[in-house]
Design a protein around this ligand. Structure first.
Ligand code: TXA
Ligand code: MG
Length: 314
């Protein structure tokens, strides 16, 4: 169904946005990672509309967003390990996959459910006002980079969703860390800001899938087999930007006077924050090739390599 004739309300009132969601509408809202496009998880036709708007394959399930651990338990069967991780890292950029507790929730036919508790203050007020779990994938067209700025959301989704909630912009910039607690030992399915080192402190037996192929072939997370997060242009992971031709765009730690478009960062945290907006800007400027400098050792490296490698593999 084409989605081009919807009246989109732009508001900074989480309560107004929640009323629209509770009537079966689609609401885009900021989280600390990226923007999400949400529907009530009890409203299955609204959840299915998310797939139309995003052009998302129907076998890729959605993450539910809730405001606290009590609501998490209403959706999911959380046992000791999940509990330890959520007590330590939530609210924050971490998602758990658990057996589904409430059969009325939309989970794209699965018996498991992915849930997270965002820390972004706008998201929290919104979720509290909703009072129901909000099913929300990242707000981007399927296959494209996740969006991290209101400007890009307005450009891509005005006229396609019922409401866009304005508030605190995402500060992390890449999607949440995803852990599958239905496996023993639990498996890290998607690296993120909360990294292996953080997780090993509470989950010493956490299993890491090492290569993109291993991740792509994993039946555990249907969405991970899709090569996404990619701009239209060719993406190159470069040891250094020294040898980059002048006609390419660059993101990294080095500064070059002659590059046609560049984003210079001083840490992996900044790199995570700006990676997707760099990709979006490369598309806007119709740049043919984008070079990404290899991230530094330490926090963020695994998550950045994962996202950049996916864009390279496209
Ligand atoms: O930071 C984030 O997680 C953002 C913000 C909006 O919260 N959301 C996000 O959603 O990145 P999405 O749909 O783009 O990514 C969710 C990932 C997908 O790879 C999906 O396949 C996986 O989680 N997933 C969701 N439910 C699952 C389930 N029951 N079992 C396995 N994987 C699941
Ligand atoms: Mg996504």
């Amino acid at each position: 169904m084409p989605e081009n004739k919807v009246n989109t309300l732009i508001t900074d009132s989480p309560q107004e946005a929640a009323r629209i969601l509770l009537r079966g509408g689609l609401v885009i809202f900021p989280t600390e990672t990226v923007y999400g496009i949400g529907a009530s998880a009890f409203h299955h036709s609204a959840c299915k509309r998310i797939y139309d708007v995003k052009k998302r394959p129907m076998d890729n399930p959605l993450i539910l967003h809730v405001e606290n651990i009590t609501s998490l338990r209403v959706c999911a069967l959380v046992e000791t390990e999940g509990d330890l991780v959520f007590q330590k890292f939530s609210p924050g950029p971490i998602t758990g996959i658990f057996p589904k507790h409430n059969q009325d929730l939309f989970t794209a036919g699965l018996k498991t459910v992915a849930v997270r508790i965002p820390s972004n203050p706008t998201a929290r007020e919104f979720l509290e006002a909703c009072g129901v779990p909000v099913a929300a994938p990242s707000a981007n067209l399927s296959g494209k980079p996740s969006l991290t700025k209101l400007e890009y959301i307005l450009e891509e989704f005005s006229g396609k969703v019922d409401c866009i909630l304005q508030g605190e912009e995402p500060r992390i910039g890449i999607e949440s860390t995803v852990i599958d607690f239905t496996e023993d030992p639990p498996v890290l399915l998607r690296p993120g800001f909360v990294d292996q080192k953080d997780l090993f402190s509470v989950l010493p037996n956490l299993r890491i899938l090492n290569t993109l192929d291993e991740i792509a072939e994993s039946p555990r997370s249907p969405g991970l087999k899709y090569r996404h997060y990619a701009p239209s242009c060719k993406v190159v992971l470069a040891d250094s930007l020294q040898s980059a031709p002048q006609s390419v765009a660059q993101i990294g730690f080095t500064f070059f006077l002659n590059s046609i478009y560049q984003v210079r960062v001083s840490s992996n945290e900044e790199y995570m924050k700006f990676l997707y907006s760099f990709f979006v800007e490369c598309d806007r400027r119709k740049i043919a090739e984008a070079w990404c400098e290899i991230p530094k050792e330490g926090r963020g490296r695994e998550a950045l390599l994962n996202r950049i490698s996916k864009a390279v593999a496209k």
